[in-house]
Design a protein around this ligand. Structure first.
Ligand code: UDP
Length: 340
């Protein structure tokens, strides 16, 4: 039996495509709105209805909301590279904030009042204490984080003014790929650690630059809380269900409460792929805090979220599997044959 219909804005992106997969698996109809600025047609689920377009196109939004009766909207469409946001802040503010305002206005015009928003650990900035609770002060240290925090404020104002209800999920470091190997991370350029490490392992790049070995962490490299993208997708389904049941707005961290250093990630990848990965140690990347680890107690207790792929092994293995299946790497493919 079908549940209803969800509009997924940015459903052709890395996280959006995994959420679409999960929604369809659980009986939801999905309409994807994506402008393919960073999304990829290979990540679009075959059973979703695809609309190519941007959030600038207010007429298109009105048409969409007039044509479909959506139960809720999920919003993943944003620029998300920290360094780029420092170089081009206005492009980030325009895209991330104006686009969201157009979307929210259209929703309110058409009386669609349930919204799931993809936010980020970057709203916290440099943490005062670890693990980071949702009540930790939000002092983002770059324009990207500020755009997300501004939208969080905007949502809370819409809640007060229009009876609009939202769930905000603050992601820590999304990693891995769907177990099927049919969708996964595909950024251009790639800036995230795990895909870069695996591309180096597969011979698709010469080496990995390790940004900073003088942080105040046990091995001197940054520590992050990696969360499997399918577990992240599961959190969206729970947030949706809860929102539609009790209709209260809320904010949740989504992380594993476990930190791995950059060196630990590289070592684990070497163990999994069975070869040395060339690394060049270099300067710190501007804006990288030493350690980011979530408290995910709130989402566990209130939504009953439990990760199924909490280990770093699972994240690296599924990402490696995706690299092989996406036909970009013969090395990854031959590794898989050896394992079979
Ligand atoms: N990192 C690195 N080399 C890379 C990419 C990332 O050393 O090629 C480091 C980065 O400085 C950070 C960690 O890996 O300490 C995670 O970075 P990523 O970009 O994956 O996620 P972020 O935490 O910035 O969202």
């Amino acid at each position: 039996m079908k549940n209803g219909k969800i509009l997924v804005v940015g459903g052709a992106g890395y996280i959006g495509s995994h959420v679409v997969m999960e929604l369809i698996k659980h009986g939801w109809d999905v309409v994807i709105l994506d402008n393919f600025s960073t999304g990829n047609i290979r990540l679009v689920h075959p059973d979703a209805c695809l609309v190519k377009g941007t959030l600038d196109d207010v007429n298109l939004l009105d048409q969409l909301f007039a044509e479909h009766k959506f139960s809720a909207v999920m919003h993943f469409a944003a620029f998300s590279q920290v360094a780029e946001s420092v170089r081009e802040p206005l492009r980030y503010y325009r895209n991330n904030i104006s686009g969201t305002i157009n979307l929210l206005e259209a929703m309110i015009r058409h009386s669609i009042l349930y919204f799931i928003f993809s936010s980020t650990a970057a709203v916290y900035g440099d943490p005062e204490c670890i693990p980071i609770l949702e009540t930790h002060p939000c002092r983002p240290s770059n324009p990207y984080g500020r755009t997300k925090l501004m939208i969080e404020h905007l949502l809370s104002d819409c809640d007060a003014a229009h009876g609009f209800r939202y769930m905000t999920l603050r992601y820590f470091n999304a990693a891995g790929a769907d177990e099927s190997g049919t969708i996964g991370e595909m950024h251009n350029p790639e800036t995230h650690l795990i895909p870069i490490v695996l591309e180096a392992a597969a011979g698709l790049r010469e080496h990995v630059y390790l940004y900073g070995t003088d942080y105040s962490t046990p091995d001197g490299t940054c520590i992050r809380d990696y969360i499997h993208v399918s577990d992240l997708a599961g959190a969206h389904l729970l947030a949706l269900k809860t929102l539609l049941n009790n209709g209260k707005s809320n904010i949740y961290n989504v992380g594993n409460e476990t930190g791995y250093s950059v060196k630990e990630v590289i070592e684990k990848a070497e163990e999994i792929v069975g070869k040395r990965i060339p690394v060049i140690e270099t300067n710190r990347r501007p804006g990288d805090p030493a350690t980011l680890i979530a408290s995910s107690e709130k989402i566990r207790m209130e939504l009953g979220w439990t990760p199924s792929y909490g280990s770093l092994d699972a994240m690296i293995l599924t990402a490696w599997n995706w690299l092989a299946q996406s036909n970009r790497s013969n090395n990854a493919k031959s590794y898989q044959k050896r394992q079979a």
